[in-house]
Design a protein around this ligand. Structure first.
Ligand code: ATP
Ligand code: ZN
Length: 294
């Protein structure tokens, strides 16, 4: 049994117990150099190489636990933060768990535009986010909060539209619905308790943790690339590869040849690989990056 007492000097970090952002949270923490063994269903996982304990709870409870100081920090979807509006700080967006909240209608609905929503019944698991959107668009609708399976409500006559989380869109398609309006873009974020961000000990630990986490987030989707090229092709290659602003250029023994090294977005790189080769790049090496510390 671990000491729940804040006075033990260890940071408390909340993550989702088991759900769509659990794996991403664990991968991020491991990749940031925190070593712990996570077991499903276990409330506490102590970190071996940093004074921190990880608390696994339902994602809906994370904003409140952090607001009340039961945990100093937490990883949760920004959709949950926006919906619950807790008195906390958002410290850093984490670039995973991306999804959107959208208003959707049946394929054959008379509702063709946002303005047509006026007077309709909308079922949602996100009443606060939906109400904020309706208010800012001066729309008056009947908002029904339900706890799940909103997709079924139009077909059984309970609602004219739904407001729900979407990532690929396959679930709404399956239920004969289409997206009318995307109203909130979400990703996982690191949140912090306001008092913990002020107190010396926790403030210091959070600062150390942030350096590591941010360096991991920066390296996600990035690759380190090295290639050989004729020196007079360097400018052309720089134009082909977006983001390769100031590559390191090293002369090779072979006359007129250089090695170019840089960090690029992985997708950008694969998109232009053929163009790079056609422009004279050879011996291209692509490697993963664990962390980038600016
Ligand atoms: P819990 O049991 O912890 O309350 P839950 O069922 O409310 O879990 P999940 O479905 O696991 O929550 O989703 C957790 C978070 O993952 C969402 O709040 C959202 O930020 C993110 N997410 C990313 N993609 C999706 C998706 N396609 N559907 C739902 N959530 C998604
Ligand atoms: Zn939940």
């Amino acid at each position: 049994m671990y000491n729940l007492n804040k006075e033990n000097g260890r940071l408390k970090l909340a993550i989702q117990k088991s759900g769509r952002i659990t794996d991403g949270s664990i991968e991020l923490l491991n990749g940031s150099g925190f070593s712990f063994s996570y077991r499903d269903g276990v409330l506490y996982s102590p970190v071996n190489n940093f004074p921190m304990d990880i608390l696994s709870i339902r994602d809906d409870d994370i904003p409140r636990y952090v607001q009340e100081g039961v945990c100093d920090i937490g990883i949760v979807g920004s959709n949950v933060v926006e919906e619950k509006n807790p008195d906390i700080e958002i410290l850093v967006p984490l670039n995973f768990g991306r999804c959107r909240i959208s208003i959707c209608v049946p394929n054959d609905s008379d509702i063709k535009s946002v303005a047509d929503l006026s007077g309709s019944k909308i079922a949602t698991t996100y009443p606060a986010i939906l109400s904020k959107f309706l208010k800012s668009n001066k729309l008056s609708c009947e908002v029904t909060e339900i706890s799940g399976s909103t997709e079924l409500t139009p077909s059984i006559g309970v609602a004219d539209a739904i407001c729900e989380i979407i990532s690929s869109g396959s679930t709404i398609k399956f239920h004969g619905l289409k997206e009318l309006k995307r109203i909130f873009d979400s990703e996982a974020v690191l949140i912090g308790n306001k008092q913990s961000l002020q107190e010396d000990r926790s403030k210091e630990l959070i600062k150390r943790l942030l350096i590591r986490v941010e360096s991991r987030v920066l390296s996600r989707d990035k690759k380190y690339i090295a290639m050989n090229a004729p020196f007079d092709k360097v400018e052309e290659l720089k134009k082909i590869l977006p983001g390769i602003k100031s590559p390191t250029v090293i002369p090779l023994l072979e006359d007129g040849m250089v090695a170019m090294h840089s960090v690029v977005n992985e997708q950008d790189f694969w998109d232009v690989l053929e163009d790079l080769k056609n422009a004279g790049a050879s011996g291209i090496v692509v490697s993963s990056i664990d962390n980038i510390i600016p």
